[in-house]
Design a protein around this ligand. Sequence first.
Ligand code: SF4
Length: 367
Amino acid sequence: MHVIFSAINRYYLSVQCVSGLVAFAAATGVMPLDMPESVLVRFKGKLQDGVTLRDLVNAIPYYAIKQGLLTVAKQGKKNIFSGRILEIEGLPDLKVEQAFELSDAAAERSAAACAVQLDKAPIIEYMTSNITLMKWMIANGYEDKRTLGRRIKAMEAWIAKPELLKADAGAEYAAVIEIDLADVKEPIVACPNDPDDVKLLSEVSGTKIDEVFIGSCMTNIGHFRAAGKVLEGKSDIPTRLWVAPPTKMDAMILNEEGYYAILGKSGARMEMPGCSLCMGNQAQIRKGSTAMSTSTRNFPNRLGIDTNVYLGSAELASICALMGKIPTVAEYMEGVKAVNAKAADVYRYMNFDKIAEFRDVAATVTV
Ligand code: SF4
């Protein structure tokens, strides 16, 4: 079961846990956890133009394969991450939404959990936003009101005296993977049908793409604005494009900002917010088709029967939708220019405390 903790832990942990453990915790009120060893992934340097967080998600297995810590073949498979904690350092300024994208992929590595070391500022920003959201939820009758109230108080207390856990100096790891961002010069994609089978864009460019899915819990509002910028003014795209924002709030804001209209005019099918095609039971891509997807995993038949699914960023997926093929690096860099030109506007995250319709309603709630 894939659980994203929704209390304070949510800010840096995504955990796979077994139902027996959950049942034990429910019955006794405590959850005994033997902490496994960690694998440290240390990023350094500056993100290169055109390289996205999703490419860094795929960079982790890419570098692990290079170091002999991960193999793709099923027989005798080696996976250093399996059952261990994935600790990520070197990207302290990430917004929490971006850190989610990295931690969400820990499940694909078969890791037991993921911790992303962030500075206090992005966490305070995210909690401040979520306090407004939870007050808005209380005002709108969401349950359980007392649980929401307790979470608000816990967050307010943490913000008043923010302290973060840190690795001990000299901590030992099962393995250390260093990734110099200066060396990641082009997108990295997971190839059909294994999230560990990662390749550089230049190794797969030219592949015909029939369908594109932009959605799942790996995405946030910035990804949909980016897709909108790539597809703005376009129509009659040669692929079937499915777009599903992860939450109703994302859908509402994207609609207000005109991105639903832009994407709809391009020919995209705007799906109900949520897991959508990633879940595999709401809709499926055509049997035997080849797709580029932003979803978490590409296990055989998950997005559709006998399909071949590549996993990559929303930026790359929207360019694939436009071209009907995986672009060359040069075509990709040309395509993302429209996104980069408006990066500050595109990659704005949902700060509910700055959105009047949430802030004004939240102000009526006292916890
Ligand atoms: S989007 Fe996909 S991976 Fe994420 S919770 Fe839904 S089904 Fe699971």
